[in-house]
Design a protein around this ligand. Structure first.
Ligand code: AMP
Ligand code: MG
Length: 423
C-alpha cells in the first residue's frame, strides 16, 4: 500500500538519533498520493492535498467592529467635541442606502456594512446622543473600530497550504470563506497488533500470569486522533511463524502496521525475527528513553505488496513515548502532512536527575505554581516504563536533550504538554 522502498530507512549506525530519524522520514517516505473531496463536517484531522486559496475577501466588506456611530473622520474637531446629525440606522445584515454627507453620522451596529463616506466608528459608550444629534469627543484615530474588507484574508491568498492537518480553526476559516468541501489526501490505513503470550483482552478470562492489553487501546485512541483508519487485529502469541503470517497479511491491506511488545533482544522476542522473514529491518534502536528498542521495517506479502512497519516496545509508557516521537512524525509524513515543530516550553524543575549522554530522555512531570509564582515541573514518583498512572497523573513530558547529563533542582528544562504531543 505505502510508497516505500527497501532502503527507505537505510541507516548503518547502531543507534539512530531522533534528529537523524526525522530527517530520514522526510527524505525517504513518500506520502500517499490519492486524494478525495470531503464536506467540511468530515474534514477534521484530514490533510489538505493542494493549496487552498481564498475565493473572496475576509471580511467581504468594510464593517463596524462595535455598536455605535459611524462618522467621517474629516468632520471631526481635532481639539474638542463635534456634534453631528444622525441620519439613519444600519444593523448587521442591512445595506446602507445612502452615502454619508459632511457633518452626518449614522447609528451602526457590530458587523453592519460601513456606509460610503464613513471611515471611523465611535463606540456608543463614548458619545452623547440627543434626538437626531450625536456629540463625539476628540481623540479617535482615523479608521478606529472599522474592519476593512480583506484585512483578515485578501482574495487569492493561500490560506490552507497543502500539508495542513485540519483542526477546528482551519475548518472555521474555510467556512468563513464560503467553502463547502475540501480536497484532502486519503486516510491512512493502519493495522495494530499486540504481542505476548501473557496479554489478554479486557473482558476475557485472565489467568494468574496474564495481564490485560493496554497497548492496543492506547494506540487506537492515539491513531484515531490523527485521522487514521485503524484495523484492530488483536493479540498475537509469541510465535515467530504466526507473527510473520499475520504481519504479511496485514501488509497487503494497510499503509502501516504497528505492533507492541516482543522487539527487544530477549529470547521470547519474536517480532524481530518475524519481520526479518517477510521484509527488511531498517533499524531497531533509536536513541530515546523510554523507548528502546523500536523497530522500523518494510514488510511485504507474497504478492509483494508492502507496508511500513513499526515495532514498539511492550511497556505502555514506552509505547506512548515512542508513538509521539517516532510513529507520529512517520504517520504525518505518510499522510502528506507538514512536519510538526514542537516547541518545548522552559519550566523550572524541582528535582535532581542523572542521565546518559547521547540519548534523548523524557520524564513524566506534573506542573504546579511555585511559591514565587513560577511554573515548576514535578517528576512523577514512579518512573518505570510500565507505570501507567505516571501518564494519567502528570501533565506532560520533560525533554532532556542528548548532550545533557543531568539536571539539578532550580534548573530549567523543556516541557511538552500531552495536549501538544497527541492533539
Ligand atoms: P516485551 O517487550 O514484549 O518484553 O514487553 C515488555 C513489558 O511490557 C512486559 O512486562 C509485557 O508484559 C508488557 N506488555 C507487553 N504488551 C503489553 C500490552 N499490550 N499491554 C500492557 N502491557 C504489555
Ligand atoms: Mg512480550
Amino acid at each position: 500500500m505505502a510508497q516505500l522502498s527497501d532502503d527507505c530507512f537505510a541507516f548503518s549506525g547502531p543507534l539512530l538519533s531522533l534528529e537523524a530519524m526525522e530527517k530520514l522520514i522526510g527524505e525517504r517516505i513518500v506520502p500517499v498520493a490519492e486524494s478525495e473531496q470531503v464536506p467540511l463536517r468530515d474534514s477534521r484531522s484530514r490533510v489538505i492535498a493542494e493549496d487552498v486559496t481564498a475565493p473572496i475577501d475576509l471580511p467581504p466588506f468594510d464593517n463596524s467592529a462595535v455598536d455605535g456611530y459611524a462618522v467621517r473622520y474629516a468632520d471631526l474637531n481635532p481639539k474638542g467635541e463635534t456634534t453631528l446629525q444622525v441620519v439613519g440606522r444600519i444593523t448587521a445584515g442591512a445595506r446602507p442606502d445612502a452615502a454619508l454627507k459632511p457633518r452626518q453620522a449614522i447609528r451602526i451596529f457590530t458587523g453592519a456594512p460601513m456606509p460610503t463616506g464613513a471611515d471611523t466608528v465611535y463606540m456608543q459608550e463614548d458619545v452623547q446622543a440627543e434626538g437626531d444629534q450625536v456629540t463625539v469627543p476628540a481623540g479617535l484615530m482615523l479608521g478606529a473600530n472599522r474592519r476593512l474588507a480583506g484585512e483578515d484574508v485578501a482574495a487569492g491568498r493561500v490560506v490552507l497550504p497543502a500539508g495542513t492537518m485540519l483542526d477546528a480553526q482551519h475548518i472555521a476559516l474555510a467556512a468563513a470563506l464560503g467553502l463547502t468541501e475540501l480536497t484532502v489526501r486519503r486516510r491512512l490505513k493502519v493495522a495494530i497488533f499486540s504481542t505476548g503470550d501473557e496479554v489478554v483482552e479486557p473482558g476475557s478470562p485472565r489467568g494468574g500470569a496474564a495481564i490485560y492489553d493496554a497497548n492496543r487501546h492506547l494506540l487506537c485512541a492515539l491513531l484515531e486522533r490523527l485521522g487514521a483508519v485503524v484495523t484492530d487485529l488483536g493479540i498475537l502469541a509469541d510465535d515467530s511463524g504466526e507473527l510473520a503470517r499475520a504481519l504479511a497479511e496485514a501488509a497487503a491491506q494497510h499503509d502501516l502496521v504497528i505492533t507492541s511488545g516482543g522487539v527487544s533482544t530477549g529470547e521470547a522476542d519474536h517480532v524481530r525475527s518475524a519481520v526479518e522473514r517477510i521484509g527488511s529491518l531498517v533499524f531497531w534502536r533509536v536513541a530515546i528513553k523510554p523507548g528502546r528498542p523500536v523497530a522500523m521495517a518494510v514488510i511485504r506479502d507474497s504478492a509483494d505488496r508492502s507496508a511500513a512497519f513499526v515495532g514498539l516496545p511492550g511497556n505502555p509508557v514506552a509505547v506512548f513515548v515512542t508513538f509521539v516521537r517516532v510513529v507520529r512524525p512517520l504517520l504525518r509524513r505518510l499522510a502528506g502532512a507538514r512536519p510538526q515543530t514542537l516547541v518545548p516550553l522552559p519550566v523550572r524543575v524541582t528535582f535532581a536527575y542523572k542521565k546518559k549522554k547521547n540519548r534523548r530522555e523524557y520524564l513524566r512531570v506534573a506542573l504546579r505554581r511555585g511559591g514565587d509564582g513560577e511554573i515548576e515541573a514535578v517528576k512523577h514518583p514512579q518512573d518505570g516504563a510500565g507505570i501507567l498512572t505516571s501518564l494519567t497523573e502528570t501533565d506532560g513530558l520533560l525533554e532532556l536533550s542528548e548532550d545533557v547529563t543531568g539536571i539539578e533542582p532550580g534548573a530549567r528544562a523543556g516541557f511538552l504538554s500531552y495536549a501538544a504531543l497527541i492533539g
